[in-house]
Design a protein around this ligand. Structure first.
Ligand code: ADP
Ligand code: ZN
Ligand code: ZN
Length: 724
């Protein structure tokens, strides 16, 4: 027998299938990890195929040295997924395979896997019924052999026989290794009576199909998720639920733990490698049947899925922006298809792309239109910051926000102050009229580049002189830059001495459990103010928060991609959802320099549909996704001449695609990347915007051109959000 093996190494030259001879006494299976001779070394690989004939000269083939373990670490579904991903995203086989395994099983860091063994339970009085032939055979087998691995028993007699014997207590697990299961805080396990919309949602989500659950903040989506999972578990099926890393709060984890106990495995970046490995094993072995985690949990080693849920489906963190690049939605669809189960996408603010699909009937829309506890959404008051300046207030806080904060402090309640400090990109703004410098061709904000003192468009590469005077009102009061959380905290401390003011952002949450500590401290601070970035926007349920202040809403509005308005709408809705979640009525103060921008009108009225229609219209007119596709091919090399030459070669071929697809290619150009050098590599790119009907073909043609020209790997990005 011959095995097709891929090597667990990332180099492009090794990115192919190698053939090996399977020794006669080796029971090799597809998906197994193997040790193979490679050049002068022995390295780890994976069997992706077994054949009776070989493609190459048999006399030159080498033998597989050893199996790493006696089961397939990669299951059939994942092997198919690997093929799907390498084709769709032009990725290397090895880099995809690595997504499926915890780091401890890669790169030779081979660790003994947890293996369950069974023995007969001599204390047990229960008897096996005469009709259960397989079970009787297992008992006989164990009498003879004393001990056997779970894998062996399952292979010989079937998993269900093993399971029922174990459940009756007739056989015992021998060696149960202690799992390093991550600790969680105490959860809330109150039973609620589902309302009509929730019941309707649950009864609708039944078939293999993609459903979009549009439920306002506080509408009880989590309850829907839990009930769906419960239903599938009762059928003997398993589930994956994804939440954005940022909202993987201790709260949500503990709620699931208290509902489902040890059946839940948590996968997130806060775990140590060991914890991750143990959770992976619990899923792989079937001990845990629900995987909850961030993006990468979509690769959880679970079979027989009954449902896949993606909460906050609009979140950009579902798109992997570093190698290997992939879109979690695509993977979820693949797995839902493979398992023939429903895929549920949930959000209070679905992405324009997903809502468009629901509109066209590709997804089925399910709605939760009101808050589950019957509370109103908090009122959003828009404050015109230019007016504040005119009135002589040039500080960070409007007078309205200050007086509302003073009330919160007096009433011993809580407030959250939200700052958007994402992208360090800074744009130029007129402090008198709110004018923002935009690209003349692309209608996106220009980014100020300090090193060459210029404004640049991250979409087309066009450069502009820095403004010294506002073209709109001729004021010279033009500034770039943004306020940060630190500054806000120090100002608040000066205004409200003695009040507990906490800060939550990347800098204050880098250590393990820091997140949790800050939130716990806030919970017990009355009065208290929590200042933070998007980290505070999601999932938190604090009953004493009565005020939310959005200090500079425009920050996300003027980021440089076509999704910035959408993102602003989403952020405002999410942040606002933090206020007034219990008896306490809530309020939101939203500060902006562009109070008449349509996004604020729709967001302050919680009018998602209105916003969607407007945004859809703009995107369609301007030919932006979901009505077109953006493709970025990113080249990077330590040697700038190399990368520039490569870019030239590729671009000269790529430009010919314009003849082949004269109407489909809306835009194509080659340029330096906005961030010219990263991790010591020079970065150049080809950018395209293409119409949808031929987008796949253009992408494939382009890949072929680039792949032929390049020795190293080149990154393809589809509809990237971050063009830096
Ligand atoms: P969402 O995820 O949609 O923002 P949550 O699932 O966090 O909303 O629910 C908001 C609150 O409403 C939670 O405290 C939850 O326990 C509660 N809740 C959910 N469903 C019901 C219900 N049917 N009746 C009463 N309270 C509910
Ligand atoms: Zn432009
Ligand atoms: Zn101006």
């Amino acid at each position: 027998m011959f095995a097709s093996v891929i090597i667990d190494q990332d180099a492009k030259a090794l990115d192919k299938v190698f053939e090996y001879i399977v020794p006669d006494d080796m029971t090799a299976k597809v998906g197994m990890r193997v040790i193979v001779p490679f050049g002068a070394r022995y390295i780890q690989g994976f069997i992706i195929d077994l054949n009776d004939v070989c493609q190459y000269d048999q006399t030159k083939l080498k033998k597989i040295q050893a199996l790493v373990e006696d089961f397939s670490a990669i299951k059939i579904e994942m092997l198919q997924l690997m093929k799907f991903m390498t084709k769709k995203y032009h990725l290397k086989l090895a880099s995809v395979l690595r997504l499926f395994l915890p780091s401890e099983m890669r790169e030779g860091k081979v660790k003994e896997l947890f293996i369950t063994k069974y023995v007969l339970n001599r204390e047990c009085q229960a008897e096996v019924s005469k009709n259960a032939k397989k079970q009787l055979e297992i008992v006989e087998f164990l009498k003879e052999n004393e001990i056997a691995t779970s894998a062996e028993l399952t292979q010989r007699f079937g998993g269900s026989a093993v399971k029922s014997l174990f459940e009756k207590g007739i056989i015992l697990k021998q060696k149960e290794q202690l799992s390093r299961t991550p600790s969680v805080i105490e959860g809330n396990n109150k039973k609620v009576n589902l309302n009509e919309s929730q019941l309707n949602a649950i009864n609708t989500v039944t078939e293999h199909k993609t459903y979009l659950l549009h439920g306002v903040t506080g509408s009880g989506k989590t309850e829907v998720y839990m009930n769906l999972i419960e239903r599938e578990l009762a059928k003997g099926k398993n589930a994956i639920m994804l939440v954005p890393e940022i909202s993987l709060t201790p709260q949500i984890m503990s709620n699931f733990k208290s509902r489902f106990g040890d059946k839940v495995a948590l996968l997130h970046s806060g775990l140590s490698a060991g914890e991750r490995f143990d959770e992976w094993k619990r899923l792989f072995s079937g001990q845990a049947t629900i995987a909850i985690g961030a993006r990468s949990a979509i690769f959880a080693p679970i079979e027989n899925l009954g449902i896949i849920i993606i909460d906050e489906e609009h979140e950009q963190s579902y798109i992997s922006e570093s190698n290997p690049r992939y879109n979690t939605h695509d993977i979820a669809k693949f797995r839902a298809r493979f398992n023939c189960c429903p895929l549920l996408l949930g959000s209070a603010t679905p992405s324009v792309e997903s809502y468009e699909k629901a509109k066209k009937g590709e997804y089925r829309l399910v709605e939760l239109p009101v808050r589950a506890n019957g509370r109103e959404m908090p009122r959003i008051q828009i404050i015109d910051m230019i007016n504040e300046i005119r009135m002589g207030n040039s500080g960070i806080f409007s007078s309205q926000l200050l007086s509302d904060l003073a009330n919160v402090v007096n009433d011993k309640k809580q407030a959250m102050i939200f700052i958007n400090r994402r992208g360090y990109a800074s744009f130029m703004r007129c402090r008198d009229c709110g004018y923002i410098a935009k690209c003349s061709d692309c209608d996106v904000s220009l980014v100020y580049h300090r090193e060459d003192n210029r404004l640049k468009c991250h979409y087309c590469g066009k450069q502009f002189k820095v403004l010294d005077r506002c073209p709109h009102c001729h004021s010279e009061n033009i500034k770039h830059g943004a306020v940060g959380t630190e500054k806000v905290v120090s100002e608040l401390q000066a205004i409200f001495p003695g009040v507990k003011i906490l800060r939550m952002d990347n800098d204050t949450t880098s250590t393990k459990n820091a997140h949790q500590k800050i939130l716990n401290e806030f919970k017990h601070s009355l009065p208290g103010i929590l200042v933070g970035t998007q980290m505070i926007a999601k999932g938190h349920d604090f009953e004493n928060v009565v005020l939310v202040g959005i200090v500079d809403a425009d920050q996300s509005l003027y980021q440089t991609d076509y999704r910035s308005t959408e993102r602003t709408f989403q952020l405002i809705t999410q942040v606002s959802g933090r206020a007034g979640r219990s008896e306490n009525e809530g309020k939101v103060v939203l500060q902006t320099y562009a109070p008449r921008h349509y996004v604020y009108k729709f967001a302050s009225n919680y009018d998602y549909k209105g916003f969607f229609r407007k945004e859809e219209n703009i995107r369609e007119t301007a030919n932006f996704p979901p009505f077109s596709r953006l493709i970025r091919v990113l080249f990077a090399d330590i040697d700038e001449n190399n990368v520039r030459d490569l870019l030239k070669v590729c671009y000269n071929s790529a430009i010919k695609l314009k003849d082949k697809y004269p109407n489909e290619i809306i835009y194509m150009d080659a340029m330096k990347s906005p961030i010219k050098r990263m991790q010591n590599k020079y970065r150049y790119q080809i950018l395209l915007r293409v119409r949808l009907p031929y987008a796949d073909q253009i992408e494939d043609d382009l890949f072929e051109i680039v792949d032929k020209a390049s020795k190293n790997s080149v990154f393809f990005e589809i509809n990237p959000t971050n063009l830096s």
